[in-house]
Design a binder for this molecule. Structure first.
Ligand code: NAP
Length: 298
């Protein structure tokens, strides 16, 4: 059997198309959604991610503010920038690109973002609400994976979902969203014994580790849905996931590729969260009509 492909790129395009009328409705009321992205330092991979996020905003009618701060930025300077963005009514979403330079306390920084502008879903309040099964902002990558499962109408109720990885950004919120959808969830991590015996029980397997070809064909139950979150470089420099794609696609029922799978969905769900933030802000202060927007900072 060759697995059917879950095409994240095509799904992302369709989700973005669905956002268009919502963005236009807000813009018509003078409340165009706005996302501020802060990058601290010169990590080349982060610079690419940030550029892609800003580009996605521009292509979809969302205003963006990009603040590139030097690597030696102090905690107090960064906190002051976030406080200013928290207070700016034109900014509906704030994203601080991770990882941060080592001298900055990432969790403290993330929790300075107003939780109702935390479109990355990483604030402790948003993580806690997701844990309680009433998410305010879902973390973008797991949210994208849930949309991918929804797109194939996968019946999660009672299914065994196995999540590889337990990070705050991906693994844990992924497990919580699957649990909320009534899957029976197992979370695996670096101390898990006999990983293959657990993955072979999965109806849905989500790999979010960051290890090239960690998931091999013998680890997958025939017909399972395999979603590959991992991003790795092959020895010849190509982007690849955690799953041995060519071998696993001969066993799985559905599989998402890397690139073209979870990646485009992650950015798309950031746009979705930003639009939701703007809609909530508009519902709170409908009087913003006609107010001049703040100049972008780029
Ligand atoms: P992370 O913080 O490094 O977490 C990796 C997780 O994998 C940890 O929980 C770790 O366990 C676990 N792990 C390590 N070795 C393992 C093994 N042999 N078996 C099972 N679990 C193992 O990474 P992350 O931020 O969650 O990201 C995971 C991957 O997804 C990375 O490749 C990242 O680049 C990618 N990613 C992609 C997107 C996208 O949009 N496509 C978005 C976010 C992340 P411990 O907790 O025990 O250390």
């Amino acid at each position: 059997m060759t697995a059917r492909l879950i095409d994240g790129k095509a799904l992302a395009a369709s989700v973005r198309a669905g956002l268009k009328p919502r963005i236009e409705a807000l813009a018509a009321r003078g409340q165009r959604p706005g996302l501020a992205v802060i990058l601290v330092g010169d990590d080349p991979a982060s610079a690419v991610y940030v550029r892609n996020k800003v580009k996605a905003c521009e292509e979809n009618g969302i205003r963006s503010w990009f603040e590139h701060l030097p690597a030696q930025t102090s905690e107090s300077e960064l906190l002051a920038r976030i406080a200013a963005l928290n207070a700016n009514p034109d900014v509906h979403g704030i994203l601080v690109q991770l990882p941060l330079p080592k001298h900055l306390d990432a969790q403290k920084i993330l929790e300075t973002i107003a939780f109702d502008k935390d479109v990355d879903g990483l604030h402790a309040t948003n993580a806690g609400l997701t844990l309680m099964g009433r998410p305010h902002f879902r973390s973008c990558t797991p949210y994208g994976v849930m949309k991918m499962l929804e797109s194939i109408a996968y019946p999660l109720r009672g299914a065994h979902a196995v999540v590889l990885g337990r990070s705050n950004m991906v693994g844990k919120p992924m497990a919580m969203l699957l649990l909320a959808a009534n899957a029976t969830v197992t979370i695996c991590h670096s101390a898990t014994r006999d990983l293959a015996s657990i993955t072979r029980q999965a109806d849905v397997l989500v790999a979010a580790v960051g290890k090239l070809k960690l998931v091999t064909a013998d680890m997958v139950r025939p017909g399972a849905v395999v979603i590959d979150v991992g991003t790795n470089r092959t020895p010849d420099g190509k982007l690849a996931g955690d799953v041995d794609f060519d071998a696993v696609r001969e066993v799985a029922g559905w599989i998402s590729p890397v690139p073209g799978g979870v990646g485009p969905m992650t950015i798309t769900m950031l746009l979705v969260n930003t639009v939701e933030a703007a809609e909530r802000a508009a519902a709170r202060s409908p009087s913003a009509i006609g107010r001049r927007p703040t100049e972008p900072h780029i």
